[in-house]
Design a protein around this ligand. Sequence first.
Ligand SMILES: [Zn+2]
Ligand SMILES: [Zn+2]
Length: 337
Amino acid sequence: MKVAVVNKTGQDLEIEERGIPEPLENEVVVKQDFTGICYRDILTRDGFFPRLKTPIVPGHEVSGIIEKTGSGVEDFKVGDRVASLIYLPCGHCINCVSGNENLCQYKKTLGENLDGAYSQYVRLNQRSLVKVPSGVDGELATISACVTGMVIHALKQVAGITEGSRVVITGAGGGVGTHAIQIARAYGAEVAAITSSPWKEKDLYKLGADHVVSSEGEFNKKIKEIWPEGANISLENTGDATFNEAFRSLGFGGKMVVVGNLKPASPPLQLGVLILKGNSVTGSISSTRRDVMDALEMSAKKKIKAVVSEEVSLNNVNDAFERIKAKKNTGRVFIKF
Ligand SMILES: [Zn+2]
Ligand SMILES: [Zn+2]
């Protein structure tokens, strides 16, 4: 099988030929039809993760059919359709046993510490697996941990979204943003989608955005025109470029949840506003097994649909990275095997 490999950070991924893996103890081998390309994979290639050891197969957005099982695997069998967390939790620490495995400090991440999803067959530990209920599209199963489950974690578990919440979503045209609009709407929220790409406006309304603000720079004044009391939640998908405006869009008691950091940087935080408005700024990392199950359930009920920008072959993954960096895509780009 063909595998895309980061042999050295800062260089293109290389396509190599490898044998289909054999599962070790507690592991399964899953056959995928496709995998998602995440901005994190681009940051991996570009060398933004200092502890990354190369060579490594990047990618962490996995679903498919179990082809082989190793010893010790009891809850899953050959033929089961599964999705995977983007990491392998340790299973023993306080966060793991309390259902907060996304905060496991001993976890190993696919595509960073473990070979990831840029190959048709992937070796996975059973602790990472979640069964996919019937009625879930393949693409939605594949992005149930990194995209939809991650957004559910940020909006529901961290920000406490409720019906009627006023939610700002930055980077709204990207792979995360296009699904976040739908998820926020599924929770009954009113959504203002922020995009720096005005040509994406129509699509964002189609996905359910109540308001779309096309803005490279200042947008908090426009948000205040739409919502004089400000937003309850800002979901920050891009980082430095929009951080300050997303923060200033919040009303009293507003919560900002940061999930994206496309160009690693340290934006300033207005402490006076933070205090006087009783705002909070929180990071949110990945998703738990519970979040992935919620995402799959939402998908099975057709409350959300996959926004597929394009499908590329593994051979063309480097070109796809460049198009994603240039913000050419609306939605998720998938690698088709
Ligand atoms: Zn991802
Ligand atoms: Zn743990």
